[in-house]
Design a protein around this ligand. Structure first.
Ligand code: ZN
Length: 280
């Protein structure tokens, strides 16, 4: 069964060129403050606002175009600290909204925060220091002096479930919430392909070798900019030897003896559940 990503933005098309701001009277808004978004309360709370926040009394900075929701352009705007929120609204991080609002809106909220951060941190060229301007043809900026093109950064990371007979390898990082065990993960290094990243991370973190690596699925993880690439691999050889830095405990677990697992809203849990069902 293929992995169905839940943080992939599918209800918004980031089509370019961006429409002129006054081209569409109807617009939709995501109001962000740092790593949080303003949530509109209701029977089903929402992060999408129909009204221009400037006209509701809050102070709007430059809006950043996110894309088109069918025929309506959607913008993100940074809501300044201290400015009043729309009546009844509250601020929340996207992850805290899992299960409370539609998954597509969680993805949209995370995307808005990500794009606002990209916009904020690319106003000047990292090579020559001169100002940048948005390209019209795609989500990118162009240095007005040296012509360097700056795209939103995406950091690929591998995540791998390792099978050995009827057991899987699960490990605990000191960074995890208490008692939680998960599968092995780590960032891809420059010059490395994904298979090499799997071999290296597994060897570094738990000291074993794997074989028969196959693709499972992927998940954008925009906290802040990862793309998780999920794999399944078979144990090949070696004894578990933890590095004591990234990992504080690791072991082989059967279906009847699983420890506390990560949230359902994670590709790590999706991998473990697919194995538990016998799908992989
Ligand atoms: Zn430059």
């Amino acid at each position: 069964m293929p992995h169905t990503p839940f943080l992939s933005v599918t209800n918004l098309a980031p089509t370019f060129p961006e429409p002129a701001f006054d081209q569409h009277e109807k617009k939709q808004w995501i109001l962000a403050r740092g790593q949080t978004v303003a949530v509109r309360p209701g029977r089903v709370p929402s992060v999408i606002w129909d009204a221009d926040p400037a006209s509701s009394g809050s102070c709007r900075k430059s809006p950043v175009y996110l894309g088109m929701m069918e025929t309506v352009p959607c913008y993100a705007t940074e809501h300044p600290a201290g400015a009043p929120l729309p009546a009844g609204a509250f601020l929340s991080g996207p992850r805290e909204l899992f299960g409370k609002i539609p998954e597509q809106e969680v993805a949209l909220a995370a995307y808005a925060i990500r794009i606002l951060d990209y916009d904020r941190t690319t106003r000047f060229c990292g090579r020559c220091g001169m100002a940048t301007r948005p390209l019209r043809s795609e989500r990118a900026k162009l240095c007005t002096d040296c012509n360097r093109i700056i795209y939103p950064r995406i950091s690929p990371a591998i995540i791998v479930l390792i099978k050995k007979g009827n057991e899987v390898l699960l490990a605990r990082s000191p960074r995890f919430p208490e008692k939680i065990y998960s599968v092995i993960a780590g960032f891809v290094e420059p010059g490395e392909n994904l298979e090499a990243a799997v071999h290296r991370e597994v060897h570094e973190e738990v000291g074993i070798a794997v074989e028969n690596i196959r693709y499972f699925g992927s998940e954008p993880w925009p906290f802040p900019d990862s793309l998780m690439l999920g794999f399944v691999a078979d144990y090949a050889v070696g004894e578990i030897t933890i590095d004591n830095h990234e990992i504080e405990d690791a072991g082989w677990f059967g279906r009847e003896s699983l420890p506390s697992l990560p949230s359902h809203m994670s590709i790590s849990r999706a991998l473990i559940e697919a194995w538990r069902r016998g799908d992989i």
